[in-house]
Design a protein around this ligand. Sequence first.
Ligand code: FAD
Length: 1014
Amino acid sequence: MRSLQTEIEQSGARIFELVDRHPEPLFSKAGFYQRLMALSMRDERFKVQMFRFVDVLPSLRSSGDIVQHLDEYFADMRNGFAPLVRTGVRAAKIVPWISGQLLRWNVSGMARQFIAGKNPSDVMKTLRKRREQKIGFTVDLLGEAVVSEKETDEYAARCLELLEHLARETDGWSDPLDAGADLFPVVNLSVKISALYSQINPADPADAIAHLAPKLRPILRRAKELRAFINFDMESFSHKNITLDLFKRLFAEPEFRDWPHAGIVIQAYLRDAEKDLVDLIDWGRARRTRFAVRIVKGAYWDYEKIKSTQNGWSIPVYLQKPESDANFEALSRVLLENESIVTAAFGSHNVRSIAHAQALADELGIDRTRFEFQLLYGMAGPVKRALVELGYRVREYCPVGELLPGMSYLVRRLLENTSNEGFLRAKFSENVSEEQLLRNPCELLRESRNGASPRSTTATTNSMKNRHLPHGDSREAPPGDTYKNAPLTNFSEQANQDKMRAALREMRTRLGKEYPLVINGQKLSTGKTIASINPSSPDEVVGAVAEAGIAEAEQAVKAARDAFEKSRWTPFEERAQLLERAAAIMDRRRFELSALEVFEVGKPWTEADGDIREAIDFCLFYAQQMRRIGRPRLTQHVPGEESYYHYWPRGVAFVIAPWNFPLAILCGMTTAALVTGNAVIMKPAEQSAVCGAMLMEIFEEAGVPPGVLNYLPCKGSVIGAHLVDHKDVDLIAFTGSREVGLKIWESAGITRPGQRELKRVICEMGGKNAVIIDSDADLDEAIVDSIYSAFGYQGQKCSALSRLIVLEENYDRVMERLLSAAASLRVGNPEEPGMTVGPVIDKTAYERILDYIEIGKSEATVAFQHQNAPPKGYFIPPTIFVDVKPDMRIAREEIFGPVLSILKVRDLDEAIKIANSTDYALTAGFFSRSPANIERAKAEIEAGNVYINRSCTGAVVGRHPFGGFKMSGGGTKAGGEDYLLQFVVPRVVTENITRHGFAPEETPLYRDEFRVRR
Ligand SMILES: Cc1cc2nc3c(=O)[nH]c(=O)nc-3n(C[C@H](O)[C@H](O)[C@H](O)COP(=O)(O)OP(=O)(O)OC[C@H]3O[C@@H](n4cnc5c(N)ncnc54)[C@H](O)[C@@H]3O)c2cc1C
């Protein structure tokens, strides 16, 4: 008996023979495309610019704009394309209309290579042609990037319309193979689940399914009546489990249980693909009705890698191409071995993957009419033809839609076709040998494990190339790279959802507990308490913390002062380790702390988790920074003398924190003070005093010495002010409102009798943050990110967006999508994971924000106000004002709530002028695809943190050191390299080391700390 490998080689050779009879370059269209693609494959930077240009082009309206963008993207290229562009641009400036149209026409041509038709009737031309070639179809509606429920309704309606149209137009069509028509209906629709619900939250699969199922049922019902087939496509990993669950639930419903014409996709690049497939098959067997599975390798490989790396998650996809190939083969076997219940579809252009399926089917005695090969429209034409000639069932995946919504699809295809790792490039562009292309991926993996390079059959690894940038710069690690951030919790994992629910249940049993002050290691009650309440349900007391008065404040200062005199000499390494122990405890208690934040400050799950992550990061990052600056460092190499630069702590630090990042900000300021050797009095915000008590508990468990950290919840206006003025307080670290911040700044400037030090004030205040949407911005991103920036955590982040500045050219399009996206937001109690907008912090805030809404109504026009805010609790409906002018109060004053002002401007000059026109300079954002405009924004926008093409909230420690200037703060950057320097005084110790003309030749660059041993 011949081995499977031999059979695969034979099958593969047969396909190649037929393919080579009708040779075709990688890109079937001649000329322009081929040159562009060839260049893209040679020049990585050109490829990036080229794909970005293709991406922006459909949204450019005037020819002048097109020419301008062409110039910006390509003029400084150093390759053969640049002179062409320069000549083109010169000509275009004379006749922009002709050149703009020409470019658009060319790019549309490129898109038409992958998009089978503009609309249902247009696509029929393609489908009829394919019918003649004995190729079936599955149609996919482009436009999956929905931002609102209005858009999802439109998508669902278009699906239905498409189904009707296809059924009507294909009436009387027979099976291309005249066999197995019962398994393979002619009409086949591929559906993108994410296009049917705009608020999918991976943490809340139940909510997603509850919204998706009613949208899908009418489509399924109609498909069943029309004898059509419906396939659920698979998208990003975060949607995978929802898609699988939805599929299983819907098709187990009595109405659809006996219907065999449903299919779903499994992506072989996912490490858990085989488990998912086996689960599906078990489900199918229990259901007892046939269903179909298309296996593919997966179209979001780059995205999954980037996203997981950014969030510190384990990467769900395989990292070596042969691993995906090998897994595809393993899945092929599982599928074919279960042919009795599941119909297999192999979605691949890779002849090795295809030949493997063929050989396996032969080995298992499965007739070739009972499974199918599916390939994408516009790709691998010769392979399709060969498969048909060999008598296999072939179906083409045909995207339908306009160019603009089709852009992300087009870019995915271009990436795939030019990928170093891709089969098509290897076969049709690089002419890799047949033998190499048909090698067993498992063998390649074995070779790579044995030390050979991890090359795939097709790949030349580009990791080395990437170290050098096109201009010859080398990619050196930036300073922040030495720090690896703590991961976010991945709530798409069921285990994490379960842990969070359990933590919420457990926390509920602890509500109402009392928490003492902690001074000098002693737990104290005062007879007075501050009640911290749940803003979602104000009659619920989260906890009662002892309230400090003047006497306790004095006690705390004395304890801190005494402790400081001893603890200032602790080695920095011990202090760094204290922070690391605290981080480990927070990590252990992570879900418990998140649950507390949900109750105490109304944070949605992911926001609460982000806060705990940030607190952990502050501990670990500042520990690392302290090790960097802790040892005395030689200033210069000078013979005979050594001078060492080092830092002393300042003394007693008074930390005053806000409630909006109840753990992170309190922890950040406190740990910076502790690790630099100061003693700390920690005052949490009254609204989040229980979170403060938790932080104290954590530090006690971590082993902070008595008096070095004291927990003093109190009324800011009286006791806080008393401590700010205290002669024995040397440093005040404050984050909060401008009003209080400025008072502290002023008051701390007055020297009190007996005061030793000039007080250092670290002051972070508010913002009136602006985001500008340029005329060429990608609205799919700009809308989603603006909504999140404005309404995430109810607009109560100091970084939140409150002024959206829109260029008039884009205004109507932006507003239409923005308002419907805002209307789709879920507002409610954040104990439910799918809520985006929860309550504002307390009654005072609630009333103040409502007052601002009234002010807004008198100054401008309400364009939108959410209708479904719960009546109980401090829920403010997200509100959007238009006709806002820069001098109005709602455009100048910080509101700190879910209220967004829209300002319409003529051009970018005016936009930047308005963005810079407030007293504040904290965060800002800019959405644009014009390289020149992006450069302008980078240079000119006045803000401590400027974000381009992303949300203006969500700074990550070490990655985005955070803080503003003007009336937003003193310019220090929390989570940045310079931050600890605010908490220390620098000192230089110089010693003459010459004795009678003799001096050591070498002085070490670093020396041990100067220590007082008592
Ligand atoms: C009909 C059809 C329907 C499809 N439907 C879907 C769908 O619903 N969802 C979806 O996600 N995709 C879908 N795809 C796309 C598919 O996932 C692949 O991206 C595409 O077909 C390329 O795979 P290949 O086998 O043809 O080519 P190959 O060149 O053999 O494989 C390329 C693929 O290998 C993987 N890969 C690349 N580099 C690496 C690496 N370093 N380590 C590990 N893996 C790597 C990637 O998945 C990449 O797309 C579909 C494809 C077809 C043909």
